[in-house]
Design a protein around this ligand. Structure first.
Ligand SMILES: Nc1ncnc2c1ncn2[C@@H]1O[C@H](COP(=O)(O)OP(=O)(O)OP(=O)(O)O)[C@@H](O)[C@H]1O
Ligand SMILES: [Mg+2]
Length: 447
């Protein structure tokens, strides 16, 4: 997957009634599929989709991956969205089902509510005593609200934290008692006469009322997978940053599920089913498909979105042909959304959007030629040619891409059809993979 090729996609481009706008958020055309995607997202946001699955089916370069990414951007930061290409499942250093399990659990959010104790008030005075060597510091911090005033003893760590935030008398601050984190909320209004000394970007706030020590509820969302990793003793949470998590024991996952169920019952946690996108899903094999079938039955399941550009194709690991390369029992529970080839107007709009995104200028003739190329090869090929043509234009010291630059790019880089033709002509001169067993897989035709 190449996220760069989709960098112009910023959403699905729908209005409030889920009607597709002609050209919005980087999206053009493919109206029905975008609308269907929008409807499904609405169900996700209402929490009504766990255990559902949908499939984008259509020829190559018709926007299946683009629409899935548009969905991800619409979901908002709190709803997990995981994207994998089916082939990754085979290349990771773990079993296929473990890789899929991790992908599933990455796609389920747990919103956890915690109470923390904070100290909040206006700093009246800060007094710091250094030891002779300067290595240790002690001090006293006087804090007030409109109703009370308290003096706290400070240790070296706290003094450093306050110094880092450049806290001085007159600041309104908040200190998280468990983590020791200091945040500066602003300058007290009582000090507004210091304005000139503080600079124009100073934020003034009221001195807080009531108690200095307060309990506050904080909410954060993590994925089930993150909880798994953090709790697996062999891994530790550093594994989250290394990205190399290895296999996680099923017993541990059971324990975590139980714990999360308890939290839910106590009202401490809420499950947020997210979205798992499996691109090029026909690359999965029969074992993976039966895993998917079972996993979708699970109470803790995300929405699974799949994409395939295959028509009738052999299910990997079997001798059976089936629509889109998916077994019928899986297909049966899937909402299928089809994408269609673009007409020349849509293609031209998409080319224009990509040129803008890549900061490339085409002259009018070149735009027409490139549109024609896209219709005769694929949209993706035409979009790839944009940047190579720009390199050629720059070489002749022009900042505009002309027809000639496109023609030369076209002669340097083959599209799929010409590449197949060329391979046929070279018969015997190249090493061939054995075709036949897998060879009955056919991509859906573009026309
Ligand atoms: N409706 C659209 N609006 C804007 N850009 C699009 C649209 N459809 C496709 N594109 C862009 O065209 C290129 C090809 O589309 P995409 O990769 O989504 O096709 P696909 O259907 O996933 O193809 P494949 O089956 O080969 O994976 C991408 O750069 C994509 O961002
Ligand atoms: Mg794709």
């Amino acid at each position: 997957m190449d996220p760069g090729a989709h960098s112009h996609i910023r959403g699905l481009g729908l209005d409030d009634r889920l009607e597709p706008r002609a050209n919005s958020q980087g999206m053009v055309g493919q109206a029905k599929a975008r609308k269907a995607a929008g409807m499904i997202l609405k169900m996700v946001q209402e929490g009504r989709i766990a255990g559902r699955a949908m499939l984008f089916a259509g020829p190559p370069s018709t926007g299946k991956t683009a629409i899935a990414l548009g969905m991800a951007q619409t979901l908002g930061p709190d709803v997990p969205f995981t994207m994998i290409a089916a082939s990754e499942v085979f290349s990771l250093s773990m079993s296929k089902t473990e890789a899929l399990t991790q992908a599933f659990r990455r796609s389920i959010g747990v919103r956890i509510k915690e109470e923390t104790e904070i100290i909040e008030g206006e700093v009246v005075e800060m007094q710091i005593d250094r030891s002779l060597t300067g290595a240790t510091k002690t001090g006293k911090l006087t804090i007030k609200t409109t109703d009370m005033e308290t003096i706290y003893d400070l240790g070296t760590k706290m003094i450093d934290a306050l110094a880092k935030e450049k806290v001085t008398a007159g600041d309104v601050i908040s200190i998280d008692k468990t983590s020791g984190k200091v945040s500066k909320l602003g300058r007290s209004f009582a000090r507004s006469r210091d304005y000139d000394a503080m600079g124009a970007d100073t934020k003034f706030v009221q001195c807080p009322e009531g108690e200095i020590q307060k309990r506050r509820e904080v909410v954060h969302t993590v994925s089930l997978h993150e909880i798994d990793v953090i709790n697996s003793r062999t891994q530790g949470f550093l594994a989250l940053f290394a990205g190399d998590t290895g296999e996680i024991k099923p017993e541990l996952r059971n324990q975590i599920n139980q714990k999360v169920a308890e939290w839910r019952e106590e009202g401490k946690a809420e499950i947020i089913p997210g979205v798992l996108f499996i691109d090029e899903v026909h690359m999965l094999d029969i074992e993976c498909f039966s895993f998917l079938n079972r996993a979708l039955e699970n109470e803790l399941s995300p929405l699974v979105i799949m994409a395939s550009n295959r028509g009738m194709a052999r299910i990997r690991g079997t001798k059976v042909n089936s629509p889109h390369g998916l077994p019928v029992d899986l297909l049966d529970r899937v909402l299928i959304v089809s994408t269609r080839p673009y007409d020349s107007e849509d293609v031209q709009e998409i080319i224009k959007i990509r040129c803008e995104e890549e900061d490339v200028t085409l002259n009018e003739a070149a735009l027409q030629v490139l549109t024609q190329m896209a219709l005769e090869t694929t949209l993706r090929y035409a979009l790839n040619i944009i940047s190579t043509a720009q390199v050629l234009a720059r070489k002749r010291k022009s900042d505009k891409v002309e027809t000639d630059d496109l023609k030369r790019s076209y002669s340097y880089f083959m599209d799929e059809k010409r590449s197949v033709q060329w391979l046929k002509e070279q018969q015997g001169a190249l090493m061939f993979e054995e075709i036949g067993a897998e060879g009955d897989n056919d991509t859906m035709d573009q026309s």
